[in-house]
Design a binder for this molecule. Structure first.
Ligand code: CTP
Ligand code: MG
Length: 181
C-alpha cells in the first residue's frame, strides 16, 4: 500500500474516534461521572469527565460514522482509494472506545496525582486511539483485521498525536479549552 493511501485510510477510519473528544469539549458540563467521589483522597475521575460530554461525544462520533458510510463509495471514487464503510458494531465501538480511553486516562492521571487539566504527555495523545482500536477489534474482529493493516496502524500512531496537538492548540486559541493540550 502506498503511503498516501495509508494516510487517507487511517484518517477516514479514525475520524469517528477523533470527533468525540472535540464534541465533548463543546458539550461538557453538568454532572461528573464520578459524582464527586474520591479515592485515596483524590477524585476518581474529576469534573472534566461528565455524562453529557461522554454521551454527546459518543453520539457525534456515531453520527459521523453513519454519514461516512453513506458517502464512502463516492468519496473513495474521487480520491481513488477504496474506503470502507462502518459496520453497526463499529459505529458505536470507535466513538465509545475513544471516550472510554479518555476516561481511563483521567483515572490514571488522578491516581498519579495530576489535577484536572494537567498534561500527561503520551497518554493524552494516544489514550482515545488505543481504546477505540481495542473496542473496534472486539466489536468486529474480521472487519478490524482487514481495515487496520500494519501500514494503516503505523500511520494512525503518527497521525493521531499530531492531530491531537494541533486541534487542542486550536481549541485553546478559540477559547474553547482551558489548556492547549
Ligand atoms: N469533557 C466531558 N466529558 C468527557 C470528556 C471531556 O464533559 N467524557 C469536557 C469537559 O468539559 C472537559 C473538556 O471536555 O473539561 C476537556 O476534556 P479533557 O481535556 O479530556 O478534560 P480535562 O478537563 O483536561 O480533565 P482531565 O485532566 O481529567 O483530562
Ligand atoms: Mg485535558
Amino acid at each position: 500500500m502506498n503511503i498516501v493511501d495509508a494516510i487517507v485510510l487511517a484518517f477516514w477510519v479514525m475520524l469517528p474516534a477523533y470527533v468525540p473528544n472535540n464534541a465533548a469539549v463543546l458539550a461538557g458540563g453538568g454532572r461528573p461521572i464520578d459524582g464527586g467521589r474520591t479515592w485515596g483522597g483524590r477524585r476518581v475521575l474529576g469534573d472534566g469527565k461528565t455524562w453529557r460530554g461522554t454521551l454527546v461525544g459518543t453520539l457525534a462520533g456515531a453520527a459521523l460514522a453513519l454519514a461516512l458510510s453513506a458517502v464512502a463509495g463516492d468519496v473513495g471514487d474521487v480520491l481513488g482509494v477504496a474506503l470502507p464503510t462502518f459496520p453497526a458494531p463499529v459505529v458505536v465501538a470507535l466513538p465509545f472506545g475513544a471516550m472510554l480511553g479518555d476516561i481511563a486516562a483521567s483515572f490514571l492521571k488522578r491516581r498519579t496525582g495530576r489535577e484536572r487539566g494537567a498534561a500527561f504527555p503520551g497518554v493524552d495523545q494516544l489514550d482515545f486511539a488505543v481504546a477505540a482500536l481495542a473496542l473496534a477489534f472486539l466489536a468486529a474482529p474480521g472487519w478490524a483485521t482487514e481495515t487496520f493493516t500494519l501500514p494503516v496502524l503505523a500511520v494512525i500512531f503518527v497521525l493521531t498525536p499530531l492531530l491531537h496537538v494541533t486541534t487542542n492548540i486550536g481549541a485553546y486559541w478559540l477559547g474553547l479549552k482551558n489548556e492547549p493540550w
